[in-house]
Write a protein that binds this ligand. Structure first.
Ligand code: SF4
Length: 453
């Protein structure tokens, strides 16, 4: 059977979708290879959140096509495939373009292309397939996993789409409207993961804490998301539950309260602020003010005092004046995030912010200065918190080999801090235990060889 290579750009959601597609190929008898040069089918799962990600995917496909292999089947999947559709056939000469609601159809399409070629229908040799329509219930098809040896953590996609329409974001146009999966199906998926040794799940959704708000009713004042967390908390074998990415407006009292009585919920929330200026938040179509955001942080910290809070911030949004950037800086100082992803605003086509007048666009030099300044501030606040772990013990879930050094293992604390230490892959992977911290280096903690029981 043909060999398939799947390359993924972008977020955890894309990683998860690629895993599902790979699993479906294997079920159909294909071999999924990690060696691109050995593949008969090369698919690129694309991201549209930043222009750079699109350019990378296009550049990669350009390199593949330049090999000039007439038998190689190529295709794009994901957000860029959804937003550009047919255009990609003309631009890159691929055989297949599959949108975000059609991942489960990819194998059928590749089968069709292979069959058509085998039948030597010369006209069809040049006929590409574009499948970017909406499909009801497509969110329920992302549910199978390809686990590696002793895999301890897994992503679980609980919903697709987003209705918020932040003016800088292309997601509502590439992923469609919010659609949640039924709670029993998600619980069953997590049970199966636990049976296979997974101990931590990260629930994925573009607006994860507003999961199910259109489909499922509140019960006893609890949102569908809190009902889901409670149900997952009962799954034996799952010891930690994380979720990403939430929206500040989804942090209602019931969810904050859940951190007080669901100990399996990890002590880390990613809490995207985007800006500390009320005027910019309004222009971004983010329906909260900076003061409300700070109130929520205080509530979350009072529910779980050891909570680590990380965020996303965009600098240089159209019209962002220096004084407004300074407001963001001040909120960052007051909140004291444990880390932040700082992005320079970049235009995404077909988004409202991209239509804003050119005169409002902030020069690249200014964006870069704000980016560097904010990163320095975040580091100044967050790194001493890492340093404070030196000489102490922390509990980690060991995930396996360190990515940078296979002579060491790595794990994460409940606060999502990475800990690297020397240990035994077979003995420690998938276990929760304490490590004595000896050193802290730029958002990584290092423990000694002595792992404590
Ligand atoms: S909530 Fe997130 S995914 Fe939805 S539009 Fe805003 S930034 Fe994009």
């Amino acid at each position: 059977m043909p060999k398939v290579y799947v390359k993924t750009y972008g977020c955890q959601m894309n990683e998860r979708d690629s895993e599902q597609v790979s699993q479906m190929f294997e079920e159909r008898g294909y071999t999924v290879t990690r060696d691109e040069s050995d593949a008969d089918v090369i698919l690129i799962n694309t991201c549209s959140v930043r222009d750079q990600a699109e350019q990378k995917a296009l550049g990669k496909m350009g390199m593949i096509k330049r090999r000039g292999d007439p038998l190689l089947i190529t295709g794009f999947m994901g957000c860029m495939a959804q937003s550009r559709g047919e255009e990609l056939i003309k631009k890159s000469g691929v055989d297949l373009v599959v949108g975000t609601q059609k991942y489960h159809r990819v194998v059928d399409h590749v089968d069709t292309i292979i069959r058509t070629r085998e039948e030597r229908e010369m006209d069809d040799l040049r006929r590409a397939i574009v499948d970017v329509d909406e499909e009801e219930a497509s969110q329920n098809t992302i549910r199978d996993h390809q686990l590696t040896e002793k895999q301890a953590t897994a992503f679980v996609s609980i919903m697709q789409g987003c209705n918020m329409k932040c003016t800088f974001c292309i997601v509502p146009y590439t992923r469609g409207s919010e659609r949640g999966r039924p709670i029993p199906e998600i619980v069953e998926e997590c049970r199966r993961l636990a049976d296979r040794g997974v101990r931590e799940v990260t629930l994925l959704g573009q607006i994860v804490n507003l999961y199910g708000r259109h489909e499922f009713p509140k019960v006893a004042g609890k949102s569908p998301f809190v009902q889901l967390l409670e149900a997952l908390h009962e799954v034996e074998g799952i010891d930690r539950i994380r979720f990403t990415s939430p929206h500040p407006v989804g942090y209602k009292d019931d969810l904050i309260e859940a951190f007080t009585y669901l100990p399996k919920l990890a002590s880390h929330v990613h809490f995207p602020m985007q800006s500390g200026s009320d005027r910019i938040l309004k222009a971004m179509h983010r329906p909260y003010k900076a003061a409300k955001f700070e109130d929520l942080v205080a509530k979350i910290r009072s529910a779980r005092p050891d909570m680590a809070i990380t965020t996303d911030i965009i600098v240089g949004f159209p019209g962002e004046a220096e004084a407004e950037y300074q407001e963001t800086r001040e909120v960052v100082e007051r909140v004291g995030f444990d880390n932040a992803f700082v992005f320079r605003y970049s235009k995404r086509r077909a988004t409202p912010a991209a239509e804003m007048e050119d005169a409002l666009q902030v020069p690249e030099r200014v964006k870069e200065e704000r980016n560097q300044d904010l990163l320095a501030l975040v580091n100044q606040i967050a790194l001493p918190r890492y340093d404070a772990h030196v000489g102490k013990q922390v509990e980690i879930l060991c995930e396996g080999y360190s990515k940078r050094n296979r002579n060491r293992l790595m794990g994460r604390t409940s606060q999502n801090r990475i800990v690297v230490f020397e240990g035994d892959f077979h003995r420690h992977t998938g276990q929760l235990f304490h490590v004595q911290i000896e050193e802290s280096q730029h958002f990584t903690l290092y423990g000694n060889a002595q792992v404590l029981a």
